[in-house]
Design a protein around this ligand. Structure first.
Ligand code: NAD
Length: 471
């Protein structure tokens, strides 16, 4: 594969931030394969100590990393700081998760010997990262993979290579070699080549459903390779009876517009009971009118920055216009003050009367509103999607929540909480087009190692009790 150049542009300014040549896939896999046996043979305590040192390196570089995340993604600085915290906290959580989910167990010991379950690493893991959390999400694969004894080739999104590079430098400074934790530059073509390489043992992917499906197809005839797919959503937030209008509106705004709507768990569809529609929409409109959209380092701090690039902004504006010209009614128009930059205002559109609402993930600050008669219809509407990542119910009684929980198809189901902001101490994954039943976060340990069952005795001791002739 011939080398090309990847250039990263700061969304908020349009300035070039980083450039670099795409990596050599064969050389990267070869280097990783050669490094794996020694890494896997290290005692677990050594690997844990090294990832703890990594956390310290991130602590030391935290201001630099947060600023770089803000520059490269356009996220407000306060938000990038929370991402850096999540990177640091991932280490302790992953150490606990390894022990709880994939530790060693002696099952029984009797005359027949001892039965034990232990876990082994897969080998060379390719980690493919998205742009929206360019440090935290790939790190959520990398740390557990390293603890379990895998080596990692990490290809960040072509939109966020600079953050990827700094993250990997922290591993390397901590004493984890660049062959064990390898930074690899590339776009989708290099991603495809890594996935298809015979020398890899697994792919840990976070990104769009479209790319995830392509990876799944590519590896369908290789069942021995582990594939963990964390993909997008078309997430519902359902509002039924509640007297707490301001809180409900706040939860809706946080769910739909945090990170300029560029979260896999962002609420895309507000499904709202007829009787609540007027007061809730008035309050949401008033809150949204106060949202500051601005560059990441602005003072006062913005609530949200731009979307990732002009291409994404063009597509979102186009989607808003599509809704408008197909029966949608604008509640708040999507505006773009400067056509040369990807800043968008938070937008809301009522699509109740649209005959065919497209079931796609619109990854930006665009919230659809769908009015329903009652709770039954709300649940039907919420489940009208091929995705199944996050869903929230706002209002209702404990009995209503029980029904919602039982009937909604999603891997994250919340009550009177936003759809986003999941805990790293819980599993994180979805159904349908959102994932392949290999949840990340606390359960990442599960896909980073495979169980080996053994029965063992210190001496051979055996008799055959029946079925032998006496001579
Ligand atoms: P993307 O799918 O465009 O890219 C993700 C990564 O995959 C990049 O590194 C890219 O280069 C690579 N890639 C793209 N096509 C590929 C292919 N055919 N083969 C191999 N590699 C390929 O995603 P994105 O636009 O960077 O990120 C946004 C998406 O990620 C949204 O859909 C969002 O919902 C999703 N996401 C999901 C989660 C989750 O945990 N479920 C979290 C964050 C983001």
């Amino acid at each position: 594969m011939s080398q090309t150049e990847i250039i990263s542009i700061e969304p908020a300014t349009g300035n070039e931030l980083w450039r670099g040549k795409t990596g050599d896939v064969d050389a990267a896999v070869d280097r990783a394969r050669r490094a794996w046996p020694a890494w896997a043979a290290q005692p677990l305590a050594t690997r844990i100590e090294l990832v703890r040192r990594f956390a310290n390196e991130v602590r030391k570089a935290s201001d630099k990393l947060a600023e770089l995340i803000s520059k490269e993604t356009g996220k407000p600085l306060w938000e990038s700081r929370t991402e850096v915290e999540a990177v640091i906290n991932k280490v302790d959580i992953s150490v606990t998760a390894y022990a709880e989910r994939t530790g060693q167990k002696k099952l029984d010991s009797a005359l027949q010997g001892t039965a034990a379950v232990r876990h082994k690493p897969h080998g060379v893991m390719v980690v493919l990262g998205p742009y929206n959390f360019p440090a935290h999400l790939p790190n959520g694969h990398i740390v557990p993979a390293l603890i379990a004894g895998n080596v990692v080739i990490f290809k960040p999104s072509e939109k966020t290579p600079a953050v990827g590079e700094l993250l990997m430098e922290c591993f390397n400074k901590a004493g984890i070699s660049a062959a064990v934790a390898q930074f690899f530059v590339g776009g989708p073509e290099e991603g495809k080549a890594l996935v298809a390489h015979r020398g890899i043992d697994g792919v840990l992917f976070t990104g769009s459903a479209q790319a995830g499906i392509a990876i799944n197809k590519r590896l369908a005839s290789n069942p021995g390779k582990i594939v963990a797919l964390e993909m997008g959503g078309n997430n519902p937030i359902v509002v039924i009876d509640t007297p707490k209008i301001t809180d409900a509106a706040t939860l809706i705004v946080q769910s739909a517009f945090t990170s300029a709507g560029q979260r896999c768990t962002a609420a895309r569809r507000l499904i709202i009971k007829e009787s609540m529609y007027g007061p809730i929409i008035d309050e949401v409109k008033s809150l949204v009118s106060r949202i500051i959209v601005g560059e990441p380092f602005a003072d006062p701090a913005p609530f949200m920055g731009p979307v990732i690039d002009n291409n994404a902004a063009d597509q979102l504006v186009e989607s808003f216009l599509y809704f408008l010209s197909n029966g949608g009614k604008a509640i708040r128009h999507m505006t773009r003050p400067d056509d040369s930059l990807p800043f968008l205002s938070p937008s809301i559109i009522d699509t109740t009367d649209m005959p065919d609402r497209p079931d796609v993930e619109l990854f930006g600050p665009l919230l659809q509103v769908i009015k329903v008669k009652d709770f039954d219809q709300a649940i039907i509407e919420a489940n009208r999607t091929r995705f199944g990542l996050a869903a929230s119910l706002i209002g209702g009684s404990p009995q209503d929540y029980n029904r919602f929980w039982a009937n909604i198809r999603a891997g994250i189901v919340n009550w009177n909480r936003p759809t986003n902001g999941a805990s790293s101490n819980a599993p994180f994954g979805g159904l349908g087009l959102s994932g392949n039943h290999r949840p990340a976060a606390f359960y990442a340990a599960d896909y980073c190692a495979y169980p080996v069952a053994s029965t063992e005795m210190d001496q051979p001791r055996a008799t055959i009790g029946v079925g032998l002739s006496t001579t």
